[in-house]
Design a protein around this ligand. Structure first.
Ligand code: XMP
Length: 521
């Protein structure tokens, strides 16, 4: 595995200490948006572990608990004496007040939630940089408040419910804000973070995607040496960017395997071949497996049985092909940073079943190359663009591993796939033409296993309906049906019925998730 720590170049990383808030990831992203590399760490980190990572600074996140509750998370107090700059946010600010001598955190009974007006009492405070309005809006979410700052700290701002909304100890480089500078509802919040990063920690805004690429290229070369590397391409953005990055590092030592299941969207198989083989010059084994998939799926109607059949066949084909590549010792995976945070470990792992290209088995003996494991999705997209991948791949919507197999209800046949591919292409074309592509999380068509009567010209028809599904979402955990304009729905409907033989009716799915799921199976 590549070493995410080594992504940093001129200074060490900013460590974002997670006290259990939903804001830790957001803080890490805001720091990266300021072009400084950040990583999330647990609050159980010791001072010695902090020192070993040589951070340029530490940010304590907010947290859901009160510092007074038994078992509330704390940080090793020796961290304050390391000389590493500290910024405490919300719970993090209160923890500083509680752990350092002289500070008092009180339950005043006057918590603040949401937009709050703050008065800057020390405009020259380091985090305000002399340039912030005296009265400003900030986002608050707290019930306890710091009532007395620790010894040697100066108060820098206050609100009606928080007499110490900001405090600093310039010599010790310890700063704290009760409010949330990382959220958009605090308009001057990003400037506060930047003053901490640039002025207190001394980090230059040097972490840019081109430097990420250069660092990863070096790391990949060191990791794999002269060995052969394989990569299963799914057509999705993560495996595509990972493959392009590894190819930049080791060129012909990389072989990509693209299993064309026949269950991809219209033209997608050709586009993968076009992009990777012809344009990027990557050695690509294109397995045309549609016939095998249709044969395997014959008669299967249960959604889970379909998924299993599609997954197993993928593994069999991938094993056959990879077994034929001599000296292949490494497998590229498009694992992203949120997966690493969720699994709670940054250590190397053998292949796991939640693999994003079809669930490869655990006993496959490859070491993993995971060049994206320190990046968020939006950063992966930037790397992809920088590496010259086309927008159609970089901005591709999420697409399930089993493909159209789980968007055709009932038995999957070549005829139904052909019908669905054309209806689905119209949905996506119209979304693009309406300029909604980046607002919509996923937009696609589903083919149910029913038919209905219609009339076209003077003829009776008996055809399938196409169901349009379009959702907005942040992370696919929850989703809402997209409020598409009626004229857009009408265009989709009339084009699908006129252009796709076999479809005589169009319906729009108005179900959110939960209670529905995004996909139909
Ligand atoms: P659901 O339907 O559970 O989907 O709301 C959430 C997100 O995951 C995608 N999805 C899959 N992706 N293999 C995948 O790689 C699958 O079997 C699968 N099922 C759903 C779905 O497209 C959505 O983005």
């Amino acid at each position: 595995m590549t070493d995410p720590d080594a992504v940093t170049s001129e200074t060490g990383p900013i460590l974002v200490v997670d006290f259990g808030a939903q804001y830790a990831q957001l803080i890490a992203r805001r720091v990266r948006e300021a072009h400084v590399y950040s990583e999330i760490v647990s609050h159980t980190i010791t001072a010695a572990e902090v020192t070993a990572r040589q951070p340029a600074g530490i940010i304590f996140s907010g947290g859901p608990k009160s510092v007074h509750v038994e078992g509330a998370p704390v940080i090793d107090p020796a961290v304050y004496d390391l000389g590493v700059p500290v910024l405490g946010i919300c719970y993090g600010a209160q923890l500083i007040a509680q752990q350092l001598p002289g500070g008092v955190v009180a339950n005043t009974g006057s918590g603040e939630y949401g937009r709050t007006e703050m008065t800057v009492t020390a405009p020259d405070a380091v985090l305000f940089g002399g340039g912030q309005p005296e009265l400003q809006q900030v986002w608050m979410s707290h019930f306890d408040s710091i009532s007395v700052p620790p010894d040697g700290f100066a108060i820098t701002s206050s609100t009606p419910g928080a007499p110490v909304a900001g405090m600093e100890h310039v010599e010790r480089k310890i700063h704290a804000v009760q409010y949330h500078p990382e959220v958009v509802h605090t308009p001057h919040g990003q400037a506060v973070l930047e003053h901490f990063l640039y002025d207190v920690c001394g980090c230059p805004p040097a972490w840019v995607m081109s430097s990420v690429i250069d660092t990863q290229v070096d790391l990949i070369r060191k990791q794999v040496g002269g060995a052969k590397v394989i990569c299963a391409l799914s057509g999705g953005v993560d495996s595509a960017v990972a493959a392009a990055l590894v190819h930049k590092a080791i060129g012909p030592q990389l072989t990509c395997v693209f299993v064309d299941t026949g269950l991809m969207r219209l033209g997608e198989g050709e586009q993968v071949v076009e992009t990777f083989q012809r344009h990027q010059g990557i050695e690509l084994i294109h397995v045309r497996a549609a016939d095998r998939y249709f044969e395997r799926l014959e008669g299967i109607t249960d959604p889970e049985d379909k998924r299993k059949a599609i997954g197993e066949l993928f593994i069999r084909i991938f094993e056959d092909v990879s077994g034929g590549i001599e000296d292949a010792k490494f497998l590229v995976q498009g694992t992203l940073y949120p997966d690493v945070i969720e699994s709670g470990t940054a250590s190397a792992a053998k292949i796991k079943s939640h693999h994003n290209v079809g669930g490869l088995p655990e006993d496959m003996q490859f070491d993993l190359v995971e060049p994206l494991r320190s990046l968020f999705k939006d950063e992966v997209r930037k790397v992809g663009t920088e590496l010259g991948l086309p927008d159609e791949i970089v901005w591709r919507q999420p697409f399930p591993g089993p493909g159209l197999g789980v968007r055709i209800i009932g038995e999957v046949t070549p005829d139904k796939v052909a019908i669905l591919q054309r209806a689905d292409a119209i949905v996506r074309e119209e979304i693009r033409a309406a300029g909604l592509e980046r607002e919509i999380w996923q937009a696609f068509a589903v083919l149910p296993d029913i038919r209905s009567v219609g009339v076209m010209g003077d003829e009776r028809t008996y055809g399938y309906p196409a169901i349009i599904r379009a959702v907005t979402s942040e992370d696919a955990m929850t989703a809402d049906w997209a409020r598409l304009p009626y004229d857009l729905l009408e265009r989709m409907s009339s084009r699908i019925i006129n252009e796709v033989d076999g479809i005589n009716r169009v319906a729009y799915d108005v179900t959110s998730k939960p209670p529905g799921t995004i996909e139909w199976e």
